[in-house]
Design a protein around this ligand. Structure first.
Ligand code: ATP
Ligand code: MG
Ligand code: MG
Ligand code: MG
Length: 499
C-alpha cells in the first residue's frame, strides 16, 4: 500500500469518527499531570474522565474521543538505534471510551480498522493477540466473535498485559487495567522465531507489537503497609487504546523499519548528504539516531521545552547531545543537525502547526546546543592532545586518564582510542572499564530511578538531579559504547565555575 503516514493518521481519526468519536487535537508533549515529565500515552490527558469527571471538551460532551497524541518516552531514548521498534517521540493513535463502550467494540473495531480493505487492509492471517492471564472475556471476543484461532493468542501476566505495566505492584496510582495487544507477523525476513517462542522471549523483530487495547476499570490506591496492591473499581469501565503511528506505517508501507518510511527516509537521506556517509541499513546506527532525535527535540521545543540542566530541559539536552555525538561519529565537525528541521516541519507540520510556527526558534535552539557541545568536545581533544604529546610512541594511556576525559569532558572512550592511535598509543581498556564500573556502582547506589520505563524518571527525581551526578552510565552500558554525554558539559561548567 502506498498510504503515507499522514494518510494513515487521517484514516484512523476518520474511522473512529465514523464510530461516533469526537476528534480532538493532540495535547502538548509537556505532561498534563506530574506523574511524568512528558506525555507518555494518548490516555494521559484523559485521566480525570476515566476517574469519573464529566467528558466535556471545549463545551462539547462526548463519551467517545479519538486523538493522535504526540508522546515522548524517556525510557526509550537509548532504545533508538538499538531496537527496530522504538522512537523517543511517537504518535499514539487512540480511541477512548469514558464509561461508554467496552471490550467488544474496542477489539472488533481494532480488527475492522486493521483488516478491512477500506482502511488498512492488512492480511488477517498475520495478526496475533495477547491477553491478560485470566481475561476470558477478551479471549471469547477474539476467538468466537472475531474468529482469531486460539493458538494465535498468548496469555501474559501484569508485566506485559496490564497498563501501565505491572501497575498493581508498581503504580502510579490512578486509572489502570488489563489489556489486550495486537501484534503483526512481519515474516521470516525478520527472524525464524515462532509466535509460541514469543511467550518465552517477549522480544522479537518478527512479531511487532502495534496496538495496545487497555481496559481501565481500576483506580490504583496506595498499597497496604505490607505492600499488598489496592485496586479500587472505577465508577465505570473505560476503553483506552494506543497504536504507534510509526509502527503501523512501517507495517502498512511494508518497509524494513521506521527509517525507510515516508517521514524518516528523507531525513536519513539528508544525513547522508550532510555527512557524505552512505546509509546501508540498520547497522548505520548514527544516521538513525540523528534523524529520530531531531524529529523528537523539534517537537518538544515547539511545545516550549528548551535545553537546560534540570527537569524537562535536561532531557531535551540529553537527546540533543546524543544526536550530536552521533553526528560527530559521522564526521560532522560543524553544527549541522539544525539543517534537518525543515524536513521535520515538511512532514509533520500539517498535523502539528506548532512546528511551523516555531521553526526559527527550533533551528536556533538546536544550533546553539550543537555549538556548545562541539566546544566541550574540543576541550577534551586539547586535553588529550596535551597528554599524548608527552608520551612515548607505543606507550599506554591509563584507564584512569581515559575515564577522567570522559567524566570531565563527556569524551567518549572510542574517540580517545581513535585519537591515541594517531600517536601510536593504546588505551588501557581493562582499567578504563574498572573506573567506569566503580562510578556506575556509586551512581546506582545513589539512584532515585524506579524500574518502570515510563514513570521512573519523575519530575522530582530529575529536578533533584545535580549536574555532577553520573546519570548516564546505565545507558552507556546498554549501548556498549561510551556516550553519556548528558551532564558532561554541565560538569565542565560546574568545574570551571570554581566549585
Ligand atoms: P514495547 O513493548 O514495544 O516497548 P510498549 O508495550 O511499551 O511497547 P505501550 O505502552 O503498550 O507500548 O504503547 C502502545 C503502543 O504505542 C505500542 O503498542 C506501540 O505501537 C506504540 N509504541 C510504544 N512505545 C513506542 C516507541 N518507543 N516508539 C514507537 N512506538 C511505540
Ligand atoms: Mg515499551
Ligand atoms: Mg510491549
Ligand atoms: Mg504495550
Amino acid at each position: 500500500s502506498s498510504l503515507s503516514t499522514a494518510q494513515i493518521r487521517e484514516k484512523y481519526l476518520q474511522f473512529f469518527e465514523s464510530k461516533g468519536h469526537l476528534r480532538l487535537p493532540s495535547y502538548s508533549t509537556i505532561a498534563p499531570d506530574p506523574t511524568t515529565l512528558f506525555t507518555v500515552a494518548g490516555m494521559q490527558p484523559f485521566k480525570e474522565q476515566f476517574m469519573g469527571a464529566p467528558a466535556v471538551f471545549d463545551g462539547v460532551a462526548s463519551k467517545r474521543v479519538t486523538t493522535a497524541q504526540k508522546c515522548l518516552r524517556i525510557g526509550d531514548i537509548e532504545n533508538v538505534g538499538r531496537t527496530l521498534r522504538h522512537c523517543s517521540l511517537l504518535e499514539m493513535l487512540g480511541n477512548f471510551s469514558f464509561g461508554d463502550y467496552f471490550k467488544r467494540e474496542a477489539l472488533t473495531w481494532a480488527w475492522e480498522f486493521l483488516t478491512s480493505p477500506e482502511w488498512m487492509g492488512l492480511d488477517p492471517e498475520k495478526l496475533h493477540a495477547t491477553i491478560y492471564q485470566d481475561d476470558e472475556e477478551a479471549f471469547a471476543i477474539w476467538t468466537q466473535e472475531i474468529g482469531l484461532p486460539p493458538e494465535r493468542i498468548l496469555r501474559f501476566d501484569a508485566d506485559e498485559n496490564f497498563w501501565p505495566a505491572d501497575a498493581p505492584k508498581e503504580g502510579p496510582n490512578g486509572p489502570c487495567g488489563p489489556c489486550s495487544e495486537i501484534f503483526y507477523d512481519r515474516g521470516h525476513k525478520y527472524g525464524e522465531d515462532s509466535w509460541a517462542d514469543y511467550a518465552e522471549t517477549r522480544e522479537s523483530a518478527r512479531f511487532l507489537e502495534i496496538w495496545n487495547c487497555v481496559f481501565p476499570q481500576y483506580d490504583r490506591q496506595e498499597p497496604l503497609p505490607d505492600g499488598t496492591p489496592v485496586l479500587k473499581d472505577l465508577p465505570f469501565k473505560n476503553i483506552d487504546t494506543g497504536m504507534g503511528l510509526e509502527r503501523i506505517a512501517t507495517v502498512v508501507q511494508d518497509v524494513y523499519d521506521f527509517y525507510s518510511n515516508d517521514v524518516f527516509a528523507p531525513m536519513v537521506a539528508k544525513v547522508v548528504e550532510l555527512s557524505g556517509q552512505p546509509y546501508e541499513g540498520p547497522q548505520n546506527v548514527s544516521h538513525r539516531v540523528v534523524a529520530e532525535h531531531i524529529r523528537s527535540v523539534s517537537m518538544v521545543i515547539a511545545d516550549g521545552s528548551v535545553p537546560s540542566n534540570t527537569g524537562r530541559g535536561y532531557v531535551v539536552r540529553k537527546i540533543l547531545r546524543r544526536a550530536s555525538r552521533h553526528a560527530y561519529l559521522l564526521g560532522l565537525r560543524e553544527p549541522s543537525l539544525y539543517k534537518l528541521v525543515p524536513l521535520v516541519v515538511d512532514k509533520m507540520g500539517g498535523a502539528y502547526p506548532e512546528l511551523k510556527d516555531n521553526q526559527a526558534k527550533i533551528e536556533a535552539t538546536i544550533r546553539a546546543e550543537e555549538e556548545r557541545f562541539l566546544k566541550t568536545l574540543e576541550g577534551g581533544i586539547q586535553r588529550l592532545g596535551g597528554l599524548l604529546s608527552g608520551m612515548q610512541k607505543g606507550a599506554t594511556l591509563s584507564g584512569e586518564d581515559a575515564f577522567l576525559l570522559y567524566d570531565t569532558y563527556g569524551f567518549p572512550v572510542d574517540l580517545t582510542k581513535e585519537i591515541a592511535e594517531e600517536y601510536g598509543i593504546t588505551v588501557d581498556e581493562a582499567s578504563y572499564a574498572e573506573s567506569l564500573e566503580n562510578a556506575q556502582n556509586i551512581a546506582r547506589a545513589g539512584s532515585k530511578y524506579g524500574k518502570s520505563e515510563l514513570f521512573g524518571a519523575n519530575q522530582e527525581a530529575l529536578d533533584g538531579l545535580s549536574p555532577t551526578q553520573f546519570v548516564g552510565y546505565d545507558d552507556l552500558q546498554a549501548e556498549g559504547e561510551v556516550m553519556a554525554l548528558v551532564g558532561a558539559g554541565e560538569r565542565l561548567e560546574h568545574l570551571s565555575a570554581g566549585s
